[in-house]
Design a protein around this ligand. Structure first.
Ligand SMILES: Cc1cc2nc3c(=O)[nH]c(=O)nc-3n(C[C@H](O)[C@H](O)[C@H](O)COP(=O)(O)O)c2cc1C
Length: 262
């Protein structure tokens, strides 16, 4: 490692340290300045129709797996035996990774995964290649309604996936890919500059629940760093967020996994 690399590596290490927390004046956060908490999820655009997902009864069949076995057997898998995923399987995976247990008030809800300060900064985009009864395209999960909205209908999902993961071919055969994209302000509202560190921690918890849900549903998955953009038409502010450098989508945060049949 040359001197230049060493300096920048050391600089990046700062993100892992908690020392920043002692230097930030949290009295200046928007939360402490009395600004309202940002919404729990991005709004649905005019004309977008909600696609309801099957509820709890649909995944009764996934209850049989012992949690100890699920933890022990979890692994990353990069080939997929079955061509398509059922809506029930997709629904279960979305519930396991971002499902809402209880809305506590405006801007706060308990979910099936933990999140620092209960900020839950992520939106889930679903890149559907082959899911029964869903046309191929990009969807977004509405955790509050346990439903989907279609963002884009497109038939080039495999190509999109390979290029967004820097040429990892195996992803093109995944029936579905979940992309967790941060809405940074949800966490910055409370944590200011310390938000980004905890958002990185949060996304790991989400991904682990996906691995465990895949064990229960006898599917498989692999976490992958997604370095592409999700090109979706949206409200002015949200499309700017998705495309801008201020989100972590382009830079380093979002993880992508593809649940699939074993
Ligand atoms: C944040 C993260 C990013 C990863 N990125 C990739 C990737 O780009 N391609 C890949 O094939 N596996 C990727 N993996 C999977 C790891 O290679 C895998 O977890 C590791 O080899 C250990 O294997 P196991 O998950 O089966 O225990 C990633 C895992 C994590 C947690």
């Amino acid at each position: 490692m040359d001197k230049g690399n060493e300096d920048s590596v050391r600089q990046m290490r700062e993100l892992m340290k908690d020392s920043l927390r002692t230097q930030v004046n949290f009295f200046l956060s928007d939360q402490n300045q009395g600004l309202p908490a940002p919404p729990l999820q991005k709004p649905v655009r005019e004309g977008q129709e909600l696609i309801p997902l099957p509820g709890e009864k649909a995944w009764e069949e996934f209850r049989g797996v012992d949690v100890v076995d699920a933890i022990a057997d979890r692994r990353s898998t990069r080939s997929f035996a079955r061509a398509s995923l059922t809506c029930e399987e997709l629904s279960f995976m979305l519930w396991a990774t971002q499902g809402v247990k209880q809305v506590l008030g405006p801007g706060a809800a308990l979910r099936n995964v933990p999140s620092a300060g209960c900020r839950h900064a992520f939106e889930t985009y679903i890149l559907v290649n082959k899911v029964d009864n869903l046309e191929s395209g990009i969807y977004r999960y509405l955790a509050l309604e346990h439903a989907l909205v279609q963002e884009q209908c497109r038939d080039d999902i495999p190509t999109l996936l390979t290029s967004a993961t820097l040429g990892q071919e195996f992803i093109s055969s995944a029936p579905v890919v979940l992309v967790w994209a941060a809405v940074p302000y949800r966490s910055e509202w409370r944590y200011l500059e310390t938000a980004h560190r905890v958002m990185l921690m949060d996304v790991g918890h989400i991904c682990q629940n996906l691995y465990l849900a895949c064990e229960a549903a006898q599917c498989c998955t692999c976490a992958v760093v997604y370095s592409g953009r999700i090109p979706c038409p949206s409200t002015r502010s949200s499309s700017m967020r998705l495309g801008s450098r201020s989100t972590m989508l382009r830079s380093f945060l979002p993880r992508l996994s593809q649940p699939s049949a074993r």
